[in-house]
Design a protein around this ligand. Structure first.
Ligand SMILES: [Zn+2]
Length: 322
């Protein structure tokens, strides 16, 4: 009974106690377990910012679905905010958190990819300049409305967040790479797609050696590959990211990890690629191969989220196998 009252109060005040978040975590990641538990609302948590390096902060997602790990990089002159959540309300939370760790008035914004839990919070920063690649900007134009519609149909809170948002286009665009100098610290922005999306962009904080990896490198999860993904492109992205020797890796969703995450993700992808090549050589169809590999990977990593990404990766590998 006490638990019930506590939950009711929680929802009234929109606080997210750890227990509630943990219960709901599996849902957001799409692990396929815990379907009976109500998902936590997709709200960036207030007063939760952690410092991961001298200039770099993260507001962790607490593994709540449709909430990104938010990045804040603070230089002597300017501040960069990465992936400010779904809708202006979340963006405002991120702005308040940013103001706790930075007194800079000059602000930049960036996003790991166009999906709306990464982009629709940008409207809370009207005077900040949004730096984006031309590819991701094109992804946004093409895909944001359908993506937002999908989220808006989930719950009343999702709907409010989507409706209370101001879609934003980039103020500064670049082709494949751009370096942003914030004063005392520089952030390299590099397009690595087509991986999770065509315009996937990573952010490497030089000196701090923190990598914001978007959905390209995940932790305790498969990567969300899909029909637009390239297996060879994804493997090339791992090689490039590994050369940067990141000390801390912040995936777009899930737990923050270290540089070893790249090797772990590569091992899953190489395994999928090898299995698919064998199955294709044996004359199995793309559907049969994808289903077989998905089943095998689920058995190996039963707790991992984004199982459907295995099928996407297997299909990409099949199409690219000679
Ligand atoms: Zn995404």
């Amino acid at each position: 009974m006490r638990g019930g009252i506590k939950l009711a109060r929680t929802f009234c005040f929109l606080l997210l106690p750890t227990a509630l978040v943990t219960l709901s975590a599996a849902q957001g990641g799409g692990a396929g377990v815990g379907n009976a538990v109500a998902a936590a609302p997709p709200l960036v948590r207030e007063n939760a910012t952690v410092k991961v390096a001298p200039h770099t902060y993260v507001i962790p997602d607490f593994e709540v679905g449709q909430v990104p790990n938010v990045g804040i990089v603070v230089g002597s002159r300017a501040t960069l905010v990465i992936d400010p959540g779904l809708g202006t309300r979340n963006g405002e939370t991120v702005l308040r958190e940013t103001q706790k760790v930075s007194k800079n008035s000059e602000m930049f914004l960036a996003t790991t990819h166009y999906h709306t839990e990464h982009t629709l919070g940008l409207g809370a920063f009207p005077s900040a300049r949004y730096v984006n690649s031309k590819t991701q900007d094109a992804d946004f134009v093409q895909g944001w409305e359908a993506h937002a519609k999908g989220f808006a149909s989930r719950t009343a809170i999702h709907k409010d967040l989507v409706e209370g948002s101001t879609p934003r286009r980039a103020d500064i665009t670049f082709d494949s790479e751009h370096t942003l100098d914030l004063g005392d610290v520089r952030v390299r922005m590099i397009v690595v797609g087509p991986t999770h999306t065509r315009g996937d962009t990573i952010f490497f904080v030089e000196g701090d050696n923190v990598l914001f990896a978007g959905d390209v490198v995940m932790n305790e999860s498969f990567v969300a590959a899909n029909q637009g993904s390239s297996m060879s492109g994804w493997l090339a992205a791992f090689d490039m990211l590994e050369k940067m020797q990141p000390r801390v890796i912040v995936p777009a969703h899930g737990k923050v990890g270290d540089g070893a995450l790249i090797g772990m993700n590569r091992a899953f992808m190489l395994h999928i690629q090898a299995r698919v090549r064998t199955l294709k050589t044996e004359g199995r169809s793309i559907d049969e191969s994808a289903a077989a590999v998905e089943k095998e990977m689920q058995a190996r990593h039963p707790t991992f989220a984004r199982l459907n990404g295995v099928s996407g990766a297997a299909r990409a590998a099949y199409n690219e196998a000679r």
